[in-house]
Design a protein. Structure first.
Length: 229
């Protein structure tokens, strides 16, 4: 039974790859620009609420304040030119995957809280790219979706507790950036993407500031390389 299952899974994976590259080939039939694969590093910034402890009338109270924090991101993507709009402009579709690690810490009086989040984000983004010599300037907008896995660590005096949960998010994205060709197949690419949360399966989430049903905009500058076939 295991042999049959392994053969089936191997055949399924091979079929998925064949279908995927067939779609890419069909989409890329009428475009002069070749298909590219990107690998980038970045840092996603978002506004979070933290707490400072202070004493008012002899009592220790928590004073909230907001600040922007940055956390690491790894991005991989496939850029598929679809058709040429003109000699200096073409339409393309960017398929991306981001792995993000997020951490925050807050404390006041005897209360301490640590929050960790691992995010897997998948993006589909139509783009318009402008050509100028070795430069490519692009902008696009689309949808990002994926799960986020959270862990809270809360300490109150001698008491400690952990809370784990997963939420699924859908976000609107907007990207603007540029790349410069340094060889026949290789380019340096730099861009910034903005995210706005549209839906979260967790309705109340202090960590992402979604208590009111919305969240602050996130922004993700990143830089890396593109290899074109």
């Amino acid at each position: 039974m295991n042999i049959v299952e392994n053969m089936f899974m191997h055949s399924l994976r091979r079929s998925v790859f064949v279908i995927f590259f067939t779609i890419i080939s069909v989409l890329n039939l009428s475009a002069k620009e070749p298909v590219g694969i990107t690998f980038q590093f970045g840092a996603i910034g978002s506004e979070k609420t933290f707490y400072n402890s202070t004493t008012i009338s002899g009592e220790t109270v928590a004073m909230p304040y907001s600040k922007t924090s940055f956390n690491p991101d790894i991005h991989m993507g496939v850029n598929i030119p679809v058709f040429d709009i003109s000699d200096i402009c073409f339409f393309n579709i960017d398929l991306g995957y981001d792995f993000l690690w997020d951490y925050s810490y807050g404390s006041y009086s005897s209360y301490q809280q640590e929050a960790y989040a691992l995010s897997h984000r998948f993006s589909i983004q139509p783009q318009v790219t402008f050509v100028k010599s070795n430069f490519r300037f692009f902008l696009g907008t689309g949808i990002t979706f994926g799960p986020e896995i959270y862990r809270y660590k809360v300490s109150v005096k001698e008491s400690k507790s952990n809370t784990d949960y997963t939420t699924f998010n859908i976000l609107w994205n907007f990207t603007i950036g540029a790349r410069y060709q340094i060889g026949n197949h290789l380019s340096i690419v730099a861009d910034v993407t903005f995210f706005v949360n549209l839906f979260s399966s967790c309705k109340y989430d202090d960590y992402k500031l979604k208590a009111s049903g919305s969240s602050a905009m996130e922004f993700l500058p990143k830089i890396g390389l593109m290899y074109q076939f």
